[in-house]
Design a protein around this ligand. Structure first.
Ligand code: ADP
Length: 712
């Protein structure tokens, strides 16, 4: 049994144990999670950088948009206030009189006075209801009297009756500024149109009105009319339209916003805020170099990237620390696991409810199970344990539960505890149970199970040794005692009877000697101390010696009948090749087989000794017609102290050691022994002995087979 377990253990592929696989798979999964964590941190960092960059761009752009909106409303209100001023002047009650009743020189004077009072305007002019230029400041005598009826401002005011702002136009006279013309209707008391009051406003003068608005530090404000003509800035022109410039196009379509792109009059890419101006259809752009945006974004991106990198490095560091801890943990687990796996005894742990937590492979092999993962089973399913009465031991009544309850180590003694194997066999085991603790917490208990079948076998052998030896000693000793007492007590026995008594004593002494020799042989064989001196030996000679020993009654056996030697039929061919053996041991082997054959058969049945050469071996057989052996008995007779339990055997004295010694001696001489037997028909004990080197290759194989083998 023990050997079988050991062999099974050797075959077990420990390295591919599921437990270890699970441990490494667990560690791999944890490392995967860590890698995911690092990747997630990296992705989050990248996303943060991108979104921070986007939001920074948004902030800057919305700042630009706001600036554009502010500039547009500042400029719009400045323009509106100018128009209101002109419109109010035109609405003055006295002004219509100047238009209708005064002379040209007085009208010119009024224009000049207006300029003095309102110096922000580049010129003032009075136009009659028919479109004639009546007066103008600065004076332009050549122009007075000209008809302006075809001009857009005149037509617009006459058509709508409302004040009018013109698109950008360039002054004819120096300094040739870009201006806008403001025109308002002049009416008499009956609300009839008597003329138009004109004022030209230099676009440059509007620039000052955006000063109050919070504009970008390095930028400029640009104003365009509804046709895309630029009032302000380096590209100011009343003749060139920039309406196709994207920022301008967007503003002209009524949108407010910010973008990067071209700005008329500026080189390179600019950051632009754009917004339409209220009521006029004009638009305002505020601009600054696009580098403002890129440098700010770059600075911010650098900052966020640096923070992200620090976080990433910290995450990688943390992951590395966790990974190394995990690795160490898994190594510790594997070490603990391999310690348990390499322990020869079965070890299992149970929780306080009797559910198996862990179990080492040795325990599974002890139970006859496949090595797998039986953890999680309850005590009753995990371990089939029986007490001396064969009753299954429950968790509550188990030593393991008791050890956990009492908090101390407990162990079984004797051979009462049995473990049920999967194949139905019950194995004697010893159990040690100890409480399982983690600090102060009681986790359950640990049990160690050990196969004690060998110990039990040894114990059984010991008891059979004591009983056999004492019995076998007692019989010859009784004879010695009886016959010596007879000799001592009776002086009148006569020579013949005295000799007979002495012969009995001698035979008893021989038997005692044989018993002691057998015991010594067994102990030497078991201790491995028996050394054989092998040489070329003649089997016919050995057979002759054995027959002589039996005939002289020195075999150590009590001859039940005087004709023992006569029953032996020697059929060994005298020219059998020599064998390699130790002669004395071969004599011992053959003597034992021959005396057994004589002992276990009835006279006058013969006991034949045959020998035949087979290849490089000689096969020697002792054939009797005695009590024979049943099939199961043939397998046990070679074991130590094994005697067949039958009356016909019991009535013959014996120790059960002879065949054990015989088998060992034959095997030590490189031979083999076997038995063919049939109950009540007789037995043939055969053994092989290697031929001596000198005899090998000589002679013909199977030389003696035809003549010497066959039925008795
Ligand atoms: P012993 O003869 O002293 O009992 P052995 O070891 O020589 O011990 O034999 C063991 C057992 O084998 C015997 O007790 C007997 O039952 C059986 N046995 C041995 N030889 C024979 C035989 N020739 N025929 C029948 N049984 C035999």
């Amino acid at each position: 049994m023990h050997n079988r377990l050991n062999r099974a253990r050797e075959r077990t592929p420990w390295d591919r144990r599921p437990g270890r696989r699970a441990a490494t798979a667990g560690t791999r999964a944890a490392l995967g999670v860590l890698a995911l964590f690092v990747a997630a941190v990296a992705a989050l960092g990248t996303w943060q950088v991108v979104s921070a960059r986007d939001s920074q761009v948004n902030v800057i752009e919305s700042g630009e948009t706001t600036a554009a909106r502010l500039a547009s409303s500042a400029l719009g209100s400045a323009l509106a206030s100018r128009l209101l001023l002109i419109s109010n002047l035109a609405g003055q009650p006295g002004l219509s009189t100047v238009y209708t009743r005064t002379s040209a020189s007085e009208q010119a004077k009024l224009a000049a006075e207006l300029h003095v009072v309102y110096p922000g305007f580049a010129s003032f002019a009075l136009v009659s209801a028919r479109g004639r230029l009546d007066a103008r400041w600065p004076e332009a005598p050549g122009e007075v009297g000209e008809s302006l009826a075809s001009q857009a401002f005149f037509r617009a005011v006459v058509r709508t009756g409302r004040p009018y702002i013109s698109p950008a136009s360039q002054q004819q006279e120096p300094p040739g500024d870009i201006v806008t013309v403001l025109a308002a209707p002049v009416r008499d008391s009956a609300h009839r149109l008597v003329g138009l009051l004109l004022a030209t406003l230099p676009a440059a003068s509007l620039g000052q009105f955006v000063g109050g608005a919070q504009l970008p530090a390095r930028g400029q404000v640009l104003m365009f009319d509804q046709f895309g003509h630029a009032f302000l800035g380096p590209a100011a022109s009343a003749s060139r339209s920039y309406r196709l410039v994207p920022a301008l196009a967007r503003a002209l379509s009524g949108r407010t916003g910010a973008m990067t792109g071209d700005v008329p009059g500026f080189r390179g890419e600019r950051l632009i805020g754009y917004s339409p101006m209220p009521s006029t259809g004009w638009v305002v752009l505020v601009e600054e170099p696009a580098s403002v945006l890129s440098s700010q974004v770059a600075a911010m991106t650098e900052r966020v990237t640096a923070i992200g990198l620090i976080v990433l490095i910290m995450a990688i560091g943390a992951a590395a620390i966790v990974a190394s801890l995990l690795k160490r943990l898994s190594q510790e687990r594997q070490r603990a696991g391999s310690v348990l796996a390499s322990v020869g005894e079965g070890v299992a742990t149970f929780d306080t409810d009797g559910v198996m937590l862990t179990c080492n492979p040795a325990l599974q092999l002890l139970c006859g199970q496949q090595v797998g993962a039986p953890a999680g089973k309850r005590w009753e399913q995990a371990l089939e344990l029986y007490d001396q009465k064969g009753v299954a031991i429950s968790w509550e009544s188990s030593l393991a539960a008791q050890a956990a309850r009492e908090g101390r180590i407990l162990a079984t003694s004797g051979y009462d505890l049995h473990l049920g194997r999967v194949d139905g066999q019950r194995l004697p085991v010893s159990m040690t149970a100890a409480p399982l603790r983690a600090g102060d917490e009681l986790l359950g208990s640990a049990v160690v199970l050990r196969d004690i079948s060998t110990e039990r076998e040894i114990d059984q052998l010991k008891s059979s040794l004591v009983s056999t030896v004492s019995h076998e000693l007692r019989t010859p000793l009784t004879m010695v005692q009886g016959f010596t007492e007879l000799l001592l007590a009776r002086h009148d026995l006569g020579a013949a009877r005295s000799r007979e008594a002495l012969e009995h004593i001698h035979s008893a002494a021989l038997r005692l000697g044989r018993l002691i020799d057998d015991l010594l042989s067994v102990s030497r064989i078991d201790a491995g101390k028996l050394r054989l001196d092998l040489a070329a030996v003649s089997v016919p000679e050995v057979v002759g010696e054995v027959i002589a020993l039996v005939a002289s009654n020195r075999s150590g056996e009590v001859a039940t009948s005087a004709d023992w030697a006569q029953r032996i039929v020697n059929e060994v061919p005298p020219d059998l090749p020599l064998v390699t053996a130790e002669k004395d041991k071969l004599v011992q082997v053959l003597l034992n087989l021959v005396t057994n054959a004589l002992k276990y058969s009835q006279p006058p049945a013969p006991v034949r000794v045959t020998a035949v050469r087979k290849h490089d071996y000689a096969e020697i057989s002792v054939i009797d017609q005695g009590i024979g052996l049943s099939e199961p008995e043939t397998t046990t007779v070679f074991e130590k102290f094994s005697r067949v339990d039958r009356p016909e055997v019991r009535k013959v004295s014996g120790t059960g050691l002879g065949l054990y010694i015989t088998k060992n001696l034959i095997e030590m001489q490189h031979g083999q022994v076997w038995v063919n037997s049939e109950r009540d028909r007789g037995s043939t004990f055969s053994f092989s002995m290697p031929l001596a080197p000198s005899a090998r290759g000589n002679g013909l194989p199977f030389a003696f087979q035809s003549t010497k083998e066959g039925a008795p």
